[in-house]
Design a protein around this ligand. Structure first.
Ligand SMILES: [Cu+2]
Length: 498
C-alpha cells in the first residue's frame, strides 16, 4: 500500500517520506501508528446542471478582541443571500478578512457557522470547511420568502479587534433555468452527538477510553446517550453525509437503526495534513461518492458516534456531528440491512493554506520560566488585558517572575477583563510552554485540571464557565509549572511550587 507521511518543515517547505522511512518518522513524531489515516482520498466535484451560477454571499461581522462568542443573526440584507428563487446545488463556507484574504486559523478561527432556513438546520461548517455538494440532479430548495438565520462562533485568538466576512459560496440554479424543473429536493437531517444542545460540545479527557481512543457517546455514561439519535420522519433516500469533528477527532460514524437492527452507513475519516496530524485543524473530512444511495423508512433512527484520540491532549469542546442529505420521497438506494453500504470516501477540498501553521517554533518574546528568579509569594493572580499579571512569560522584569506557592495549597486566578466578552482559561501545558502558538501548540497537558473559560454567558449556548475565578490545586511536587489560555494561546504563564 502506498502509505506516506507528510512532514511540514518550517511552514512552507514540505518533504514526502516514502514507505521505507515511515518507521523512523513515526519515532521522530511520536505518533502512534494505529492512528495514522491512509493517504487522503481524491478531491471530487459533482457536475453542475446547466444554468448554475456560482456566487459568494457574505455576512459582515465585527469581532471584539479575543472574542469567542456563540451568536445569532438574521440574513436579510442584499448580498447576504440570493435574491431569486431556485436551488442550492453546492455550498462552500469560508471566513475572510475585509481585504479578501483568509486569516490563518490561529489568528481568527471559524469555530462554527450554521445556516438555518425556516428554523431548519441546513448548512453547517467548522474550520475544516467541508463543502456541501449534493450529487448531480439534487439540490436544496431556496426561496426569498424563507427566513435565514446564521448562528456563528468566530473565535478571535488575538487581542486585536477584527472585522470579517462569513461567506457562503453557492452553486445556485435559478428557477428560470430549464434544468431547475428536474432537480430533486433534499433536506438536511442534523445528526449530532449532542443533539438539541445550542452549543453541542462534550469533554474528551486525556487518557480516557480504550487503547487511547474514546468513542462518544458509546464510551460515556448512559445519561448522555440518546442525544445522538435522530428519528427519520419520511420514507426517502440518503444521498450524502459528512462528519464534523474537532482536533483530536479521528472519525465519525453514521448508523441506521430499524427495530432491533443497527447498521453502519458511513465512516467519515479525518485526514490530517502536516506533522501535527490529529492535534490540529489542518484536516479534510471524507464524504461518500456521488453514487452512495441508502433507502430509509419513516420510523428509522439515524445516529452518530465520534471517535477521538486521547493519547496527546484533552479537549473539552469536542464535537461529533454527521449531517445527512435526505430526499423528500423515496428515490432508490440500497437496503443497508441487505447490502453493505459503499465505504468509499472522497474529499470536497484538499489542504487549506490557512490551516498550515503548527506553531511550536522558538519565540524570543517568551521567557523560559524555569530559568527565572522567584517571584513574590502569592495566593492570587489576576488576568487582565490578555496578561497573567504575575508570571506571564511575556512580561519583562519582576512581573514576569513565577509567583511562589506552597506545595499542597491553591493558587487562585481571577479574570478581570470584561467578563461577558473576553473569556480566559488556565490550562496546564508542559514546561517551558514558551514556543510560538499555532494550530497544534500549545497542547493541553493534563487530564482534568483546567479552569474552564472564566467569564459569563448564557449556559449551554456559550463556552463560558459562568464564574470569574478558579483555584488551581497545587501539587506536592516542587518545580516550575506552566499554563496557557485555550482561548488565546499566545497567553502563557508560570508558577513555582516550593
Ligand atoms: Cu485568554
Amino acid at each position: 500500500m502506498n502509505r506516506r507521511v507528510t512532514l511540514s518543515v518550517m511552514g512552507s517547505m514540505r518533504r514526502i517520506f516514502p514507505t521505507a522511512a515511515l518507521a523512523a518518522c513515526l519515532a521522530l513524531l511520536a505518533v502512534p501508528a494505529a492512528s495514522l489515516a491512509q493517504d487522503p482520498p481524491a478531491v471530487v466535484k459533482p457536475e453542475l446542471p446547466e444554468g448554475t451560477v456560482t456566487k459568494t454571499y457574505r455576512f459582515a461581522l465585527d469581532v471584539k478582541p479575543g472574542q469567542n462568542l456563540n451568536l445569532y443573526d438574521y440574513l436579510n440584507k442584499p448580498g447576504e443571500r440570493p435574491s431569486e428563487n431556485g436551488w442550492i446545488v453546492g455550498f462552500r463556507p469560508n471566513l475572510k478578512r475585509m481585504d479578501g484574504s483568509t486569516p490563518p486559523v490561529d489568528d481568527i478561527h471559524l469555530h462554527h457557522a450554521v445556516w438555518l432556513a425556516d428554523s431548519r438546520i441546513t448548512f453547517g461548517a467548522g474550520e475544516e470547511k467541508t463543502a456541501i455538494l449534493p450529487p448531480t440532479g439534487y439540490g436544496y430548495r431556496y426561496t426569498t420568502s424563507q427566513r435565514w438565520l446564521l448562528n456563528h462562533m468566530i473565535h478571535n485568538l488575538t487581542a486585536t479587534p477584527e472585522k470579517v466576512w462569513i461567506e457562503m459560496e453557492l452553486d445556485f440554479l435559478p428557477d428560470s433555468a430549464p434544468a431547475a424543473s428536474s432537480i430533486k429536493e433534499v433536506q438536511t437531517e442534523w445528526v449530532d452527538s449532542m443533539g438539541g444542545m445550542p452549543y453541542p460540545v462534550f469533554d474528551v479527557k486525556k487518557g480516557e477510553g480504550v487503547a487511547g481512543k474514546l468513542t462518544y457517546p458509546k464510551d460515556t455514561s448512559a445519561s448522555l446517550a440518546g442525544r445522538n439519535r435522530k428519528l427519520v420522519t419520511r420514507d426517502g433516500t440518503l444521498v450524502g453525509t459528512a462528519g464534523h469533528l474537532h482536533p483530536g477527532g479521528l472519525y465519525t460514524e453514521l448508523y441506521l437503526t430499524r427495530g432491533d437492527r443497527t447498521v453502519k452507513l458511513f465512516r467519515s475519516n479525518a485526514y490530517y495534513y502536516g506533522r501535527a496530524k490529529f492535534t490540529s485543524w489542518n484536516v479534510s473530512m471524507g464524504v461518500p461518492t456521488d453514487k452512495w444511495r441508502i433507502a430509509v423508512k419513516k420510523g428509522d433512527i439515524l445516529s452518530v458516534q465520534g471517535t477521538y484520540d486521547t493519547t496527546r491532549a484533552a479537549w473539552y469542546e469536542s464535537m461529533a456531528i454527521s449531517p445527512a442529505m435526505l430526499t423528500m420521497q423515496p428515490d432508490g438506494g440500497i437496503d443497508p440491512f441487505e447490502t453493505a453500504p459503499d465505504p468509499t470516501e472522497v474529499l470536497t477540498h484538499g489542504e487549506l493554506p490557512e490551516n498550515r501553521d503548527n506553531g511550536g517554533r522558538p519565540n524570543p518574546g517568551l521567557a523560559d520560566p524555569r530559568k527565572l528568579k522567584d517571584g513574590p509569594k502569592l495566593r492570587e493572580v489576576s488576568i487582565k488585558d490578555f496578561l497573567y499579571r504575575q508570571g506571564d512569560l511575556s512580561l519583562p522584569g519582576r512581573k514576569g517572575r513565577p509567583p511562589v506557592v506552597k506545595a499542597g495549597k491553591e493558587l487562585k486566578f481571577v479574570n478581570r477583563d470584561p467578563l461577558r466578552e473576553i473569556f480566559h482559561t488556565v490550562t496546564p501545558c508542559k514546561a517551558p510552554c514558551n514556543l510560538s502558538a499555532g494550530i497544534s501548540y500549545p497542547l493541553a497537558n493534563a487530564q482534568q485540571v483546567d479552569s474552564g473559560e472564566l467569564g459569563f454567558g448564557p449556559p449551554a449556548v456559550t463556552a463560558a464557565a459562568n464564574r470569574a475565578d478558579w483555584s488551581l490545586p497545587v501539587g506536592s511536587k516542587k518545580g516550575t509549572y506552566t499554563y496557557f489560555c485555550r482561548v488565546h494561546p499566545f497567553m502563557r504563564g508560570a508558577y513555582r511550587v516550593k
